[in-house]
Ligand binder design. Structure first.
Ligand code: SAH
Ligand code: AVI
Length: 339
């Protein structure tokens, strides 16, 4: 399997939209097997938990996109403004031939980088990489509409398993934005970044977005928006299990819970059973008992400091080169290179 790049040298502005887009889909039936294994292990565990990557079916991806617009969720706005401020300098310094975005989602913030690439006048390919095929295809088409010089080679894959499919290059700018690294446990994050590092050449750079520790009230509000979009996003993981594994979760019998846990410096998101209940997951031949008030953890979202980001990068074989923060110190973008 390999990404098609035969269109790279066609003259800009003259190519049909479809000829500028290629999408590789390594996510296949083993996705279902992985989901089944993770759900079996997570719901069989005590306390129960589920990995966050299963939030993002088409509806979940759209719900996340709506979270980004809630007044409480400062992350997206803050990172966007920061990127707009620094993208020109980064593109000048790196002169990327490829912009590769892991967990690209709606690729909202990518535009700040692509605008800077456009201003630089140098050709560049965009490589979005995401588990959510619908979201990846929609965002790729929008970008191709907006940037007529752009070529997009998307990968619908799991970055825990398919990183080796990234197209090779000399001066690639890898983006991992949104604070998504915070959704992994510390050791898991280092394993992941080490794999990213192993994929990088000496002139490649990683731009990593991390949410920072701040006033707990601000953090708690960001995961408990008044409109209830985060609650719907959280419960959507139960719909994914119902749809893919013939589960019988009744979403009305679970409630959204999210709070900052200072000891681990992380937001924890849970679903709490409102009653004693047994839920069957037919495809797993599993009966899961929940006591009234029992919670299952659906996500962690770790909050960092400059020191904790630098040490996570160092443990992954990466060296922090630039640290960018806004005036309120809410969020950071760090540029790193292979040691
Ligand atoms: N980068 C965007 C989206 C963040 S949401 C932003 O900053 O707003 C996290 C994204 O990562 C989602 O689009 C989700 O589908 C994707 N994702 C989560 N786990 C993944 C995995 N294991 N492999 C690939 N993509 C994943
Ligand atoms: C994708 N990720 C960085 C988001 C976060 O803030 O941890 C997911 C999210 N969960 C609830 N709201 C947003």
């Amino acid at each position: 399997m390999g990404l098609s790049n035969s269109l790279e040298n066609a003259p800009a502005g003259t190519r049909a939209l479809s000829s500028r887009l290629s999408v590789l889909c390594p996510l296949d039936h083993d996705f279902l097997a992985t989901l089944a294994r993770d759900v079996m292990a997570g719901l069989g565990d005590q306390p129960k938990k589920l990995p966050p990557k299963y939030f993002y079916d088409d509806l979940g991806s759209q719900l996340f996109d709506r979270i980004c617009d809630t007044p409480e969720y400062y992350q997206t706005r803050t990172e966007q403004a920061l990127l707009e401020r620094i993208a020109g300098g980064l593109v000048e310094e790196i002169a990327p031939t490829d912009v590769i975005e892991l967990g690209s989602g709606a690729a909202r913030k990518t535009r700040a980088v692509l605008d800077a690439v456009h201003r630089s006048g140098r050709p560049c390919r965009y490589v979005p990489f995401d588990v959510s095929e619908g979201m990846l295809r929609r965002s790729a088409r929008q970008l191709l509409d907006e940037y007529e010089w752009l070529t997009v080679s998307g990968i619908v894959g799991d970055y825990d398993r398919h990183l080796s499919l990234l197209p090779p290059g000399n001066r690639r700018l890898l983006l991992f934005l949104g604070g998504t690294i915070g959704n992994s446990e510390p050791e898991e994050a280092v394993r992941f970044l080490s794999r990213v590092r192993a994929n990088m050449g000496p002139c490649d750079r990683l731009l990593l977005g991390t949410d920072l520790v701040k006033d707990h009230a601000v953090l708690n509000a960001a995961y408990n928006d008044r409109a209830g979009v985060t609650a719907s996003f959280n419960k959507n993981v139960l719909s994914v299990i119902n749809g893919e594994l013939d589960g019988h979760f009744d979403l009305a019998r679970f409630e959204h819970v999210a709070f900052f846990e200072p000891e681990c410096s992380q937001i924890e998101m849970h679903l709490r059973s409102t009653i004693d209940q047994t839920v069957c997951v037919d495809r797993l031949e599993m009966h899961v008992d929940f006591a009234a008030g029992e919670t299952m953890r659906t996500e962690i979202s770790r909050k960092f400091s400059r020191a904790s980001v630098a040490s996570m990068l160092a443990a992954s074989g990466l060296e922090l080169c630039h640290w960018f923060v806004p005036d309120n110190d809410y969020f950071a973008l760090s540029l790193s290179k292979p040691v």
